[in-house]
Design a protein around this ligand. Sequence first.
Ligand code: BES
Ligand code: MN
Ligand code: ZN
Length: 505
Amino acid sequence: MSRGDSLERMSSTLASAPVTLGAATSADAIALAYASDGESGFVFKGPGTIIEDIQSHFGIDLLDELSFFSPSGKTGEVFEIPVSAIDSTTERIYLTAIGDATTPSLRLAGAAIARKVRGKKTTLYSACAVNKYDIGAHAISLTMGAYLWSLKSEKLSESPNFLVASDDKEIVSTALIFAKAIALARDLVHTPSNIKTPAWLATQAQDLAKSNGLKVKVLSGRDLKEFGGLRAVGGSSPKPGPRFIEVSYAPKNRKKAVGVLPHVVLVGKGITFDTGGVSLKRPYDSMIAMKSDMAGAAAILATLTAIEKLQPNVRVTALMMCAENAISATAQRPSDVIKHYGGTTVEVINTDAEGRLVLADGLAYADINLDPDYLIDIATLTGSATLGLGRQFAAMYTRDDTLAAQFEIAGTHSGDRVWRMPLINDYKDSLRSDVADFNHAAEKANYSAGSVTAALFLEHFAGNRRWLHLDIAGTGRSEVDAGENPKGGTGYGVRLLTSWILSLK
Ligand code: BES
Ligand code: MN
Ligand code: ZN
């Protein structure tokens, strides 16, 4: 089976359309936004005179129509009114609540409207967003809400085409670049692990690099000699074994020499399936979600495809640390001691804490070989991160206040939100081992703070670099089909990392 070939696999399309009645009424459906106005009233909001034009064209009073439904005004509420008029294709108008009319509300409204046309061959003209930034955010969320993924042999669904009312073509074409990258990350996460081996991920990266002008280097087998963490985890699955995938971007038309551009290195956890290894996951049904344990690696690969199209003046290298954490006769054992890239020795306590082992090699490799100005890792690392923050915010760790502030802004700005967590020095004791430089996982009974102790472990391998760690165990996957997300991979991190990198140039 090959779901390989191109980024064009995002099925819904997205384009800008002029803010004119003609453009609106040539679509099958039109989405319009209403917001609360004072005590109990509502007001329709749209660019230019589109609201008035549509009312007179169809001979309707939108507020009257709305009151028929007894609306609550809660963001994402959608009502459908059938319409018809001579000279127009339009059959439906979707009335959509945008609550307080903020950017996050326009995102949710976009996803809610898109769900109405998901799987249908409908052309939808959305005139919900007015200002430039909201138009981009709303456009991305339309495609997020329309996302469908399946390996059903019978093709049952079609794909909607979105037209976003805007005269700013660039904002919508940038949104499309984001949308495709998010869909790519989601596709990779949704792909089941019998298909998605580390070698398969390497092929995906190579194919994407070819069509996108990125460079890619893949290490496997003997070439991974020094990557003790990657081998210890990936050795459990003899064929095809672990892969180190390095994807790099440099701008095409450089004004400055490559050496002086800021260098961002992204390290992603790419565990293609996490059984827990010998320390088997319990309860067993918690394992089903573990095909998503490569969401970090998917996010950085997808980010690079977007970055390549947007050509910012920075260098970016993505290190995808790919292995399966299987249970087999060649699996590592609790009490094994391994040697990481760069020489640090680590006593393995619980083979289910495999993510930090593969990330440690990646961080050390970056520190030793790549001279990064920024070293960022992203991983579905600990269940504890989800306990603390739920599924809407990623846990962010860094000692660098400036970098933390940049990510907080990029998070709010992009919709992929983060919450800064403390690197608590007192808990470093938990990483002491009697027989190795470090013990790789804290005893739960003594420390509890699983996401914090995991971050402290990783910090050692980042050397003195400007380092930031994102624990996306909660945000990388959604257990429900709601808001912007389908059940399964969310594509979390693509908007965050891409927005942050663009802010550096
Ligand atoms: N991949 C899991 C973390 C995870 C859990 C991600 C739930 C998404 C949803 C990770 O490899 C893991 O098993 N972590 C352990 C660490 C523990 C053994 C120290 C955990 O969180 O329990
Ligand atoms: Mn695990
Ligand atoms: Zn894992």
